[in-house]
Ligand binder design. Structure first.
Ligand code: ARG
Length: 403
């Protein structure tokens, strides 16, 4: 102490995961900025021991710790919107990490405001997308606070961080996996080590939710998912909150070896990266939802909604959750989902998921029109005139070509 007067002491709220980076950060921020660090851990459904994380924070020098249970909020205000938007970035990634960041940042910023902090801090690197998500939300919830991102400043390698932790007797776990993992209710992302070579197949130990095919049951399993206004509400006829439903689907999907995404992704900063994810529930629900949607929405509505859905996913990927465009698109999407009530039947088996049936309450799908049977009410004669006019332009063009 000594050198600084009481007023010089800064107060910082740090979004704390309990991992190596943010643990080292508690100590590093308090030294570098002469600060008191308040840690905030947000539960968005990651499989962690939150009491252990709290102990770790205090042992690393935090002056106060908050543990915020935001699972329900995450499911109902973030994931539910993603399902309605069939949200996939680059047609592949269900945005599991991207969706959680604005919520984690918001909860951290709220603590900062409540505690009268001077700054908020996060553990993101300078080359990823997560920094954009934290910075944007920090700035929109607490625009007057300074943002500290030690990884962008400190220039330590992983080994140097471990050295720093040992030197300062920080409670780090020396036998941590070599992968960088981010986990929540909606999915688990796995990066680094040999996965950086896009040709290398991820080893079995990278995965936690999805079983290797050799260990999956030899009997297929059928599931029925019910939707109300576009939101999943039942599993096999049983009503269920979204958190529980997602948890169950992660287990059953993973049991059958379903739920992996392995693709090359374009980060916002302009880098390509190989990304590996486990997200059985997200893939099941997005596939089932977009299937049911086809029973309701007309073709023009569908093709326009695909544009909206793509833009929605790009905004969220880029951390612009707080942007008015995202909110406006959500109003459109909510309108589109009114009355989407029905069920989708699917079958899981040996790493695959097949949609095998769907039924809807008041669909645009009308059996009495489409049926090939005698009782069809479709007027076949009307087809003749329609068909002529449909190709009129094309026929005129052909005539012109023939001179
Ligand atoms: N590429 C994904 C995204 O940008 C996952 C990021 C995961 N973050 C992590 N720290 N491992 O959303």
């Amino acid at each position: 102490m000594g050198f600084f007067s009481r007023e010089d002491v800064m107060k910082v709220a740090l979004a704390y995961s309990g991992g190596l980076d943010t643990t080292v950060m508690i100590k590093w921020i308090s030294q570098r900025y002469n600060a008191e660090v308040i840690t905030v851990t947000v539960d968005v459904g990651q499989d962690e021991d939150f009491e252990e994380i709290e102990q770790k924070a205090y042992k690393s020098g935090a002056v106060k710790h908050y543990s915020v249970d935001a699972k329900q909020k995450f499911a109902e205000e973030y994931v539910a919107k993603a399902i309605k938007a069939n949200a996939l970035y680059e047609k592949s990634y269900p945005l599991s990490s991207a969706l959680s960041r604005p919520l984690i940042a918001e909860e951290t910023a709220k603590v900062a405001l409540k505690e009268g902090c001077d700054a908020v801090a996060h553990g993101c690197t300078g080359k990823g997308n997560d920094q954009l998500r934290f910075d944007a939300t920090f700035a929109s919830v607490a625009p007057d606070l300074k943002i500290i991102a030690p990884v962008r400043e400190w220039n330590m390698s992983r080994d140097e961080e471990i050295e720093y932790a040992l030197e300062h007797r920080l409670p780090i776990n020396p036998v941590k996996s070599r992968f960088s993992v981010d986990e929540n209710l909606w999915g688990r992302s796995i990066e680094a080590a040999e996965l950086e070579d896009p040709w290398t197949e991820p080893p079995a130990e990278a995965f936690k939710l999805v079983k290797p095919i050799e260990q999956t049951p030899d009997k297929p399993e059928e599931l029925v998912i019910g939707f109300a206004d576009g939101i999943p509400t039942t599993l096999n006829g049983e009503r269920m909150g979204l958190v529980e439903l997602i948890r169950k689907l992660n287990v059953v999907g993973g049991l059958h070896g379903y739920g992996l995404v392995d693709h090359v992704e374009d980060r916002v900063v302009g880098l390509k990266s190989r990304e590996v994810y486990e997200l059985p529930a997200a893939l099941i629900l997005i596939n089932a939802h977009s299937d049911l949607e086809k029973m309701y929405l007309g073709r023009r509505f569908q093709s326009f909604k695909q544009i909206v859905d793509t833009t929605w996913a790009e905004l969220v990927y880029g951390g612009l959750w707080a942007d008015p465009l995202r909110k406006a698109l959500d109003e459109f999407i909510d309108y589109s989902q009114k009355g989407i009530n029905g069920e989708v039947r699917l079958r899981l088996f040996k790493g695959s998921m097949r949609l095998v049936g769907r039924r809807a309450e008041k669909p645009l799908y009308h059996h009495k029109y489409i049926t090939y049977a005698r009782e069809s009410v479709f007027d076949q004669k009307a087809g003749e005139g329609f068909s002529k006019l449909w190709s009129l332009e094309t026929r005129l063009s052909s005539l012109r070509e023939k001179g």
